[in-house]
Design a protein around this ligand. Structure first.
Ligand code: FAD
Length: 472
C-alpha cells in the first residue's frame, strides 16, 4: 500500500503523521525546514512553537481549550504526550519547555518504524500519483504551494494579512442597551432587516473612547510584519483614530440609518455594530474593529462601549500575515478539498487558530485518513465535543467568506471556545433548591457542556473502534 504523504511537520502535520503510523499505515512526512525557512520558525525541529510556550488552560471542566487537551489525550496524541513530559510551571495553564517539547516530537516521529521524514519543500501541487495527501503547512505556507492550492481552489486569495476583529459571546452583551437592526433596516439578500447588534455612544462616551484608543498600548510588530502593507479596508481602528478624531464616526462607527430601540428620540453620536459570526448565533464580531492594541488594552477599552461593559471575548483582535482556506466553502466535512478530494487539509491553514487547535485538526485529518484506508465510513466527532465543535466551525458552522452581508473575509481563524458548542440545558438550582446565579451560573453551564462533551466523546470513540494508543 502507498504511504500517506503529510506535508508540513508543524503541530498539525506531526500529530496527523503519528495517528496514521500508530494505526499501522506508512507515512512520508515532508518538512521544508531547514532547507527553506519561514518568517517565524527559528529551528529545524518538528512541532516548533513559533511564539508563546503555552498550550493555555488545562482545565477540562471549565475551559474549552482544557477540554480539547482532554480529548487529544484520549486519542493518544503525540503532541499532548510530549507536552505533558516537558511541562513547566504555569498555574492552571499547560506551558512547556519549547525545545524539549519539539525535540521529543521530532525524536518520536524519527524513531517510528512506519514514518520517513523528508526535508524538502513541496513547491506546487503534490504529484498526481500521491493518492492520499494531508497538507498541514500552516499560516506561513511557502508561496509556491499556496499559489498552487489557490489555483486549484478557484478562490481569489489564500494569503491574507490577517486583520482580526474581536469576537464577543452574544450572551455577554447587555440587550437593555444594544438592539438589533440593520442599517436603514435593509433586508438585503438573505437578511431580515435586524441582522446587526448596535451599541450606541453619546458624544462624551465617544470622546472618551477615542482618548482611550489613542493612549492604548499597541502590540510590537515583528520586523517582517512591519514591512507588510495593510490590505485596503483593513486599517486598525487606532490608526484610523490617529488620522482624526472624527474618522471613526464617519467609518465603522457611523450612526446613520440606525434608531435606538430603547430610546427612539435620542440620536446616537456613534454606533458600534456587531455581526453574527457563527450559524448558532452565539458569537458576534465587532464590525471594522481590527486592531493591534495589546490584548489587555483591548478588553479594557472595548468594555467602555455601552452594552459591552461585561463583554466576554471569544477572541481579541490582531494583525499578522496568515494563509488559510475559505474552508466552509472549499472543504468537505472530513477536511478534503472538494475540488481534489485526495488532498486533505489540517492545522491552521483550515481556519482554526492555536497550537492545540492545530494539533486537534491534524489528529482528525489523520484519523479520517485511517478510516478511509480501512475502507470504513468516515465518522466525525459529534459537535457537542470540543473537536467536533471546532471541525463544525471550519467545515460548515461558520458563515463562509462569501456570505454574511456579502462581506469578504468574514471567515477568520478561530480558537476553540464555548461559543462554538450547541447550547446545553444547565441546572438552574443547586442541591439545596437555591437558584444558581452570577458566576456560579456560568460555571454550572460550562460544567454541563464539558460533561456532555466527555460522555459524547467516549461514545464516539467506541463507535469508531478507537482504542486510545499510548504515545511513548
Ligand atoms: C507569528 C505567529 C505567532 C503565533 N503565536 C501563537 C501562539 O503564541 N500561541 C498559539 O497557540 N498559536 C500561535 N500562532 C498560531 C498557530 O497556532 C501556530 O502558527 C501553529 O503552529 C499552527 O500549526 P500548524 O501545524 O498549522 O502550522 P505550523 O506549526 O506553522 O507548521 C507548518 C509547517 O509546514 C512547513 N511548511 C510550510 N510550507 C511548506 C512546504 N511547501 N513544504 C514543506 N513544508 C512546508 C513549515 O516549515 C512548518 O514546519 C502563531 C502564528 C504565527 C504566524
Amino acid at each position: 500500500m502507498q504511504p500517506v504523504h503529510v506535508i508540513g511537520g508543524g503541530l498539525a502535520g506531526s500529530e496527523a503523521a503519528w495517528q496514521i503510523a500508530q494505526a499501522g499505515f506508512g507515512v512520508v512526512l515532508h518538512e521544508m525546514r531547514p532547507v527553506r525557512k519561514t518568517d517565524a520558525h527559528q529551528t529545524e525541529g518538528l512541532a516548533e512553537l513559533v511564539c508563546s510556550n503555552s498550550f493555555r488552560s488545562d482545565d477540562s471542566e471549565q475551559n474549552a481549550v482544557g477540554l480539547i487537551h482532554h480529548e487529544l489525550r484520549q486519542l493518544g496524541s503525540l503532541v499532548m504526550a510530549c507536552a505533558d513530559v516537558n511541562q513547566v510551571p504555569a498555574g492552571s495553564a499547560l506551558a512547556v519547555d519549547r525545545d524539549g517539547f519539539s525535540y521529543a516530537v521530532t525524536e518520536a516521529l524519527a524513531d517510528h518504524p512506519r514514518i520517513t521524514i523528508e526535508r524538502e519543500e513541496i513547491a506546487g501541487l503534490p504529484p498526481s500519483d500521491w493518492q492520499k495527501v494531508i497538507i498541514a503547512t500552516g499560516p506561513l505556507t511557502s508561496p509556491a504551494l499556496s499559489e498552487a492550492v489557490l489555483a486549484k481552489s478557484g478562490e481569489d486569495a489564500l494569503a491574507f494579512f490577517d486583520a482580526i476583529a474581536p469576537i464577543v459571546h452574544f450572551d455577554s452583551v447587555d440587550l437593555d442597551k444594544a438592539w438589533f437592526q440593520s442599517r436603514y433596516d435593509k433586508v438585503g439578500p438573505g437578511g431580515t432587516g435586524k441582522d446587526y447588534l448596535n451599541c450606541p455612544l453619546n458624544k462624551d462616551q465617544y470622546e472618551a473612547f477615542i482618548d482611550a484608543l489613542l493612549a492604548g498600548d499597541t502590540a510590537d510588530f515583528k520586523e517582517w510584519e512591519a514591512n507588510t502593507p495593510y490590505f485596503d479596508g483593513c486599517l486598525p481602528i487606532e490608526v484610523m483614530a490617529s488620522r482624526g478624531r472624527e474618522t471613526l464616526r464617519h467609518g465603522p462607527m457611523k450612526p446613520m440609518g440606525l434608531t435606538n430601540a430603547h430610546q427612539p428620540d435620542v440620536k446616537a453620536y456613534a454606533v458600534v455594530q456587531l455581526r453574527q459570526d457563527n450559524a448558532l448565533g452565539t458569537l458576534y464580531n465587532m464590525v471594522g474593529f481590527q486592531t493591534k492594541l495589546k490584548y489587555g488594552a483591548q478588553a479594557d477599552i472595548f468594555r467602555m462601549i455601552p452594552g459591552l461593559e461585561n463583554a466576554q471575548f471569544a477572541r481579541l483582535g490582531g494583525l499578522h500575515r496568515n494563509t488559510f482556506l475559505n474552508s466552509p466553502k472549499l472543504l468537505d466535512g472530513s477536511l478534503r478539498l472538494k475540488a481534489d478530494p485526495r488532498l486533505r487539509f489540517a492545522g491552521q491553514i483550515t481556519g482554526c487558530e492555536g497550537y492545540v487547535e492545530s494539533a486537534s485538526v491534524g489528529c482528525l485529518a489523520g484519523l479520517f485518513t485511517v478510516m478511509e484506508l480501512q475502507g470504513r465510513e468516515i465518522a466525525p466527532p459529534p459537535e457537542t465535543t470540543a473537536m467536533g465543535a471546532l471541525l463544525g466551525h471550519i467545515t460548515g458552522g461558520h458563515i463562509s467568506r462569501d456570505e454574511g452581508a456579502g462581506k469578504p473575509g468574514s471567515f477568520q481563524p478561530m480558537n476553540v471556545n464555548f461559543g462554538l458548542f450547541p447550547p446545553v440545558d444547565a441546572p438552574t438550582k443547586d442541591e439545596t433548591g437555591k437558584r444558581i446565579k452570577g458566576k456560579d451560573k456560568s460555571r454550572a453551564k460550562k460544567l454541563a457542556m464539558t460533561n456532555r462533551a466527555k460522555a459524547d466523546f467516549i461514545d464516539w470513540q467506541s463507535k469508531i473502534g478507537q482504542v486510545p494508543a499510548a504515545a511513548e
